[in-house]
Design a protein around this ligand. Sequence first.
Ligand SMILES: [Zn+2]
Length: 92
Amino acid sequence: MKTKEKTLSDKMNDEFAKDFEDGTIPECKCHRCGAELNNKRIVWLELDNETDLFHKLEDFPEDGISQGCFKFGSACATAQLLETKMELEDGK
Ligand SMILES: [Zn+2]
């Protein structure tokens, strides 16, 4: 039997689901637009304090300083990552 390896985002989702269900975290909103999110379909992005840019958890730069993980809807996550990409290309 094959077990699917959990990504970092999956682990964040699991942790969040627990806190959300027991009320530790009362709301589930998109960091970018403030829309209510389906708590089963969150996209987590990690903020680099050094550059103020968001990254996928898997792609977080080694020399970055994490300011924590934030919740996004999938469209907003895509837009946010595009901004990161453009910002990084600009800086080159
Ligand atoms: Zn959003």
